[in-house]
Design a protein around this ligand. Sequence first.
Ligand SMILES: [Zn+2]
Length: 248
Amino acid sequence: MALRRTSRITGVVTSRFRLGEADRVLTLLSPERGKFKAIAKGVRKPSSRLGGGVEPFAELHLGLASGRTFDVVTQVQSARVWLGLRGRLGSSAVAWYAAELVERATSEEQPEPALYDLLLRAWDLLESGAADLLVARWTELGILDAAGHGPELDACLDCSRAPLEGEELRWDAEAGGIRCATHGEGAPLSSDALRLLRALRRFAPEELAALRLPAAALLEVDRALRGSILALYGREPRSRSFLDEVMA
Ligand SMILES: [Zn+2]
């Protein structure tokens, strides 16, 4: 048998699916390697040595052997576990959603350490008790910014005029940003929603708590960023409908 190339790497599981009787194919994200797939053989058997080690919401040290199609996980050790996310349905739904957003923004075998950090920061925020929906919106905005599609929040995309206090604006998901009522169309975006978007970009949790925003502003921001994410990826993330169900 030919000698297999082996490697060690740090990463997180962003998605997984079952293969055959007892295996799982994992999509992993690593700051050094970007996105890649690996197979965890026999991992669904109770006797598996890998077993609980390849759970989600954990940063793992992995031993890998190169395989025919995918690398094969030979060893796994948890470096850090976000245990708080596993027991809370809302937080874990946002954590999976954030993982999918980051997974889709990362290319195969292309290191994207900033996106990796964004995902870990989202999990940190969730675990520290930040509101689940705010973390979901923060992650969406962070992805857009990191992908070079960060929406314009300071001036109308058309006339470059800064919005006045209390002015009702429009959101342009395709071009990315705000427009004044004269130069935009579609659903209105209130100045409360704009304040929330700006605070999310800074993500100062105490500032967000102090905003005392009407629930309507959160809905407007949800709709605006949802449109922007759709424009970025061309379709809705798979985990979005589960998130909506959990949050309903
Ligand atoms: Zn304008």
